[in-house]
Design a protein around this ligand. Structure first.
Ligand SMILES: C[S@@+](CC[C@H](N)C(=O)[O-])C[C@H]1O[C@@H](n2cnc3c(N)ncnc32)[C@H](O)[C@@H]1O
Length: 248
């Protein structure tokens, strides 16, 4: 019976934020697979977890192109599933590293689905990781900004930042009327117009900006202190419009 493919959430940046289960699985794997955007890149997940790997392990970079078209992505997922299946069928233990958590907007989820479809006899195991959104809320406290993600009857909506201002406006209204904290990922280049929208609604003070959380060049600040310039892909925003009535 082949080993299960293990999808490992490695957290958002700090190698100390991997779980013990994740470190054990990585340390004992024969093959360490990880997503890359280009063949010559190392990839975030590998860089985060490399401290826990050994030079004797086989490295298996899997290219997942960051494009909008369906066909290249479908091809990449099929290729990844087949490449991983072939290692598992050689009776090797294989981990696939995933930045943040392994089921939250994760490339590894597509591999999981492709493997199930193309190799239904193989099994998959997930080891969850710390999502960037949770790490951002936690990092806030270290910089003097207390940012509990959810309290009492709050909801939390984690989603990619909309592409259009009118959609963001609608989202903010919905979030306010339903006591929902918004966590907008994939903020990056949208930041200049998102900032202007939040400024008009006087929400900049109430929003936390996080860039490359857990990395040495991490930026964590109230949104009001972040200039209106395009930001890297690894940036996100937490927006809280309401607080529960009874608080310390
Ligand atoms: C494809 S999603 C991956 C989410 C990841 N699986 C998780 O659980 O956090 C990528 C987005 O997550 C956010 N993100 C991931 N890592 C981050 C980090 N270290 N700092 C800030 N944002 C991050 C960014 O908004 C980025 O555009």
């Amino acid at each position: 019976m082949p080993h299960a493919l293990q999808l490992i959430g490695v957290g958002p940046g700090d190698p100390e934020l991997l779980t013990i289960a994740a470190v054990r699985a990585i340390e004992t794997a024969d093959v360490v697979a990880y997503p890359v955007a280009r063949v010559d890149a190392d990839g975030m997940a590998w860089t985060i977890a490399s401290r826990w790997t050994r030079s004797s392990q086989r490295r298996l970079p899997l290219v997942f192109p960051m494009v909008a078209e369906a066909e290249p992505r479908l091809k990449a997922w099929r290729h990844a599933a087949d490449a991983l299946a072939s290692e598992l069928r050689r009776d090797l233990s294989v981990v696939l590293l995933c930045e943040g958590d392994a089921s939250l907007f994760a490339s590894s989820s597509y591999v999981q689905l492709a493997l199930r479809k193309r190799h239904p006899d193989l099994t998959v195991k997930l080891i969850p990781g710390v999502p960037a959104v949770c790490a951002a809320a936690a990092a806030g406290a270290e910089t003097g900004i207390d940012w509990p993600l959810a309290l009492q009857q709050d909801g939390v909506l984690i989603r990619p930042c909309p592409d259009h201002e009118s959609d963001l406006e609608r989202l903010l209204e919905l979030a306010e009327s339903s006591s929902m904290v918004l966590a907008l990922i994939k903020l990056g280049q949208r930041w200049p117009w998102v900032r202007a929208c939040l400024e008009r609604r006087q929400l900049l003070e109430a929003s936390l900006f996080a860039q490359r959380v857990g990395w040495p060049d991490q930026v964590l600040a109230r949104a009001i202190d972040i200039p209106a310039e395009s930001k890297p892909y690894f940036s996100l925003l937490l927006i809280r419009q309401t607080w529960p009535e009874v608080l310390p």
